[in-house]
Design a protein around this ligand. Structure first.
Ligand code: HEM
Length: 353
């Protein structure tokens, strides 16, 4: 598994641009990762974003319908093993779960002949930022300030005036309340990609993992524990496999492929290509998803990048985060998946002391 770690197929550092290193105000990969550390603190051995998480494994079972869109081998009828990771956003590895925190599902499909497809998805229907610079500035503009524990309203207002697409995206996100758990969350790829089938036809696509479990709203008045989202996921997977329907949305001419803050029209064709099954969870440890870099530009033949400017930035920044965290000492993950002689249970390690 170590071999699948920091390798970035394309584009490491590419979003910097040729003159980037000589201009003090230009965003570089290192400055981006430094910004995560500035805002969330430096937590050795953990991801600089989506730091809190749990490793998972399972299979993708293809129904064959995806071959009409892409010649990638996993769309042939049959099963493909996956390594996955559930997470919540932010760079603090022991932060308390909260409904409003963005949730992540990253999946690495192990195709035949060592080929891979890595995708990292989130539960919100559009992304907050259109360009890397917006994400970089938003991190600081929305940082809670001492005293109130909330972002400075003046800084937020100035940020939203400069990046109106983020204000529009937040309005869309607010209309899509989170489900009660990680196990019944949809997860969206958001960035556009291009699929090419065996006849050589190429179409723009986006994708979503849609939970088979009905999405219930969070119960009112509940007093959730610190890790309630992960606890419920662990309990669910211990009862049996959890499934998501894999839906590919096909774009039409004029649909933006370079703007993850904008949804495509709701009537676009969707092709259900199979089912993602998660049947086990593992505490983050050497050899599992802890040491995978879910770089979304690692793609098999039949899937290619779009012109979305976030993709090259993601590739470069994830690689830098990976390089830093894998060279640092590791501490136990907040989310522990354990077995007791009396039967399955969830164990916890208290890091706050
Ligand atoms: C410029 C844009 C973005 C930046 C700079 C960024 C930054 C990061 C970083 C630093 C990590 C930790 C990587 C590691 O150490 O392995 C990460 C993880 C993650 N990001 Fe992003 N991100 C961006 C956009 C996105 C988008 C558009 C999505 C969803 C569509 C997304 C979903 C995730 C998920 C799910 C993870 C956790 C993956 C895992 O479990 O390893 N990110 N991001």
């Amino acid at each position: 598994m170590a071999a699948v770690g920091g390798v970035s197929a394309v584009n490491v550092g590419a979003f910097l641009g040729a003159g980037g290193w000589f201009t003090p105000d230009t965003l570089t990969t290192s400055r981006f990762v430094d910004r995560f550390e500035q805002v969330f603190g430096k937590h050795d051995g953990f991801r600089r974003n989506h730091a809190k998480g749990v490793s998972a494994a399972g299979v993708f079972t293809s129904n064959g319908a995806g071959t009409a869109l892409s010649r990638a081998a996993l769309f042939q009828r049959g099963t493909t093993p996956v390594t996955a990771r559930f997470s919540i956003s932010g760079g603090m590895p022991t932060v308390a779960d909260a409904n409003s925190t963005v949730r992540g599902l990253a999946v690495l499909f192990h195709l035949p002949d060592g080929a891979q497809w890595r995708t990292a998805m989130v539960n919100v229907p559009v992304f907050t930022d259109r360009v890397p610079q917006g994400f970089y500035e938003r991190l600081l503009a929305t940082q809670p300030v001492p005293g109130t524990g909330k972002p400075d309203p003046a800084k937020v207002a100035a940020f939203l005036a400069k990046y109106p697409e983020t204000a529009r995206a937040m309005a869309v996100i607010s209309k899509s309340p989170p489900s009660s758990g990680l196990y019944n969350s949809p997860f969206h790829g958001l960035n556009a990609f291009r699929f090419t089938n065996s006849a050589g036809d190429t179409v723009p696509v986006r994708w979503t993992m849609m939970p088979e479990e009905p999405s219930q709203p969070m119960g009112a008045g509940a007093a959730p524990g610190k890790d309630y989202l992960f606890d419920a996921l662990v309990a669910k997977v211990m009862q049996g496999p959890v499934h998501w329907r894999f839906l590919i949305t096909v774009g039409e001419p004029g649909d933006p492929t370079n703007d993850a803050t904008t949804a495509w029209p709701a009537n676009r064709r969707q092709v259900e290509v199979g089912t993602l099954t998660i049947d086990s969870l593992q505490t983050e440890a050497p050899g599992n998803a802890r040491d995978v870099n879910f770089d979304p530009t690692v793609l098999p033949d039949g899937i290619a990048l779009s012109d979305d400017p976030l993709l090259a930035a993601r590739s470069a920044v994830y690689a830098q985060s990976y390089q830093r965290r894998t060279r640092e000492p590791h501490r136990p993950s907040e989310v522990q998946v354990g077995q007791q002689p009396s039967g399955p249970r969830i164990t916890k390690v208290d890091h706050e002391q």
